[in-house]
Write a protein that binds this ligand. Structure first.
Ligand SMILES: Nc1ncnc2c1ncn2[C@@H]1O[C@H](COP(=O)(O)OP(=O)(O)OP(=O)(O)O)[C@@H](O)[C@H]1O
Ligand SMILES: [Mg+2]
Length: 357
């Protein structure tokens, strides 16, 4: 395993073009040895490009890639010791499950008894023992994907295991179990796992750290809680959470207060040096509470809709033409026409030009 550092990496698929567009804009990133990451972002934002640069499938147009401090930018894919699992399983159909798992070790001329032991250990971890003698071509899509993963795990010399939407072909019921297995494997083998997905739930339940990307940029790196509590950009606020974070245009009133329409909302953001232009107030629907009357940080809104979400209710209310989403516990009584909404100052985020202040 290794610490992987991406230093001033950038990539353009058409470097000769005069107005070259970057699939990845210049960035720096350090992947800590043994940690579990998810790369999350909409289609085309550069997730696979980043992964392929690490494995060596793509050579970056700019920047350096370091494994444990040594420059591997020009080192071939096979010499980098990276295991990559793709969206669709790559297996050798003519071989048995056991032979598939052993293949990376056979290629590297490991001793027979070492191979047997390693294959058995990995087959145990992935629940593949009953299938070992079966032909790989006879398996279901998710079993095949487990083999792709297993081939990455049999080698104890891999620097990282990179997975590009590996559970797409897998039955939703099995996804949950597989994600848990991946977590256990990460803990047991201390292997750095980097997992690409565009599904926020998958990212949130799998990773300790999430890299959120948009249009070739890393927009935030953080724990699931950090992304939820303090989205660094409005994009992250929209992209993470269900429903998306509420955002309202607002103006600066004094050092900590903004005006949202006729309502004055105190925040914990220092607004002293802030120009009034392009400001937004952001608050999660989970943090808005219902109160009985007007007071500090409270606004009077009309109820438009209440959706039953099982354990929660999702209320949509209108305040001076703005639609506000509020998530409350099932047992909370929601008035039929008028609600008083409290915006706790500690949960109010202020954004200037879409960036958190
Ligand atoms: N081989 C290629 N040649 C030219 N452009 C490419 C190539 N591969 C990707 N791109 C472009 O680079 C950008 C980033 O693509 P990438 O595949 O990294 O995105 P992604 O986040 O993995 O998307 P998805 O979720 O759809 O897999 C996109 O605009 C894409 O069209
Ligand atoms: Mg991709």
């Amino acid at each position: 395993m290794a610490e992987i550092v991406l230093q001033n990496i950038a990539h353009s698929y058409n470097p000769q073009a005069t107005d070259k567009t970057y699939a990845l804009n210049p960035f720096n990133m350090t992947w800590v040895d043994g940690a579990r990451y998810a790369i999350l972002g909409p289609s085309g934002c550069g997730k696979s490009t980043m992964l392929n640069i690490m494995s060596g499938i793509v050579t970056p147009s700019e920047g350096k890639l370091l494994f444990n401090g040594s420059d591997v930018t020009a080192v071939s894919t096979s010499e980098r010791n990276i295991a990559q699992v793709f969206q669709f399983p790559v297996i050798y159909g003519t071989m048995s499950v056991e032979q598939n798992l052993a293949f990376p070790l056979v290629c590297r001329k490991y001793a027979k008894d070492v191979i047997e032991e390693k294959v058995r250990e990995v087959a145990n971890a992935l629940d593949l023992v009953p299938l070992l003698k079966k032909s790989a071509s006879k398996l279901t899509a998710d079993q095949k994907q487990l083999i792709s993963l297993g081939r990455g795990l049999v080698r104890d010399d891999v620097s990282a295991i990179l997975m590009d939407e590996p559970l797409t072909v897998i039955d939703p019921d099995l996804k949950f179990r597989l994600r848990r297995q991946l977590k256990e494997i990460n803990q047991k083998y201390q292997s750095t796992l980097i997992y690409v997905t565009h599904d926020q739930n998958e990212a949130m339940t799998f990773a300790e750290n999430i890299i959120v990307m948009d249009e070739g940029n890393i927009v935030q790196v953080g724990t699931p809680a950090e992304l939820f509590e303090r989205p660094q950009t409005t994009f992250v606020g929209y992209f993470i959470g269900a429903p998306a974070m509420n955002f309202f245009e607002c103006e600066c009133v004094d050092a900590q207060t903004v005006a949202f329409g006729s309502a004055k909302i105190a925040t914990q953001t220092n607004l002293e040096k802030v120009k009034t232009k392009n400001l937004k107030l952001g608050i999660r629907s989970e943090y808005i509470t219902l109160t009985n009357s007007v007071g500090g940080n409270t606004l009077r809104a009309s109820v438009q809709n209440v959706e039953d979400m099982g354990n929660n209710k999702l209320l949509t209310a209108i305040f001076e033409g703005n639609s506000i989403k509020i998530k409350v516990k099932r047992e909370v009584e929601v008035p039929e026409d008028i609600v008083f909404l409290k915006f706790p100052a500690e949960h109010c985020c202020v954004y200037q030009n879409e960036k958190l202040l």
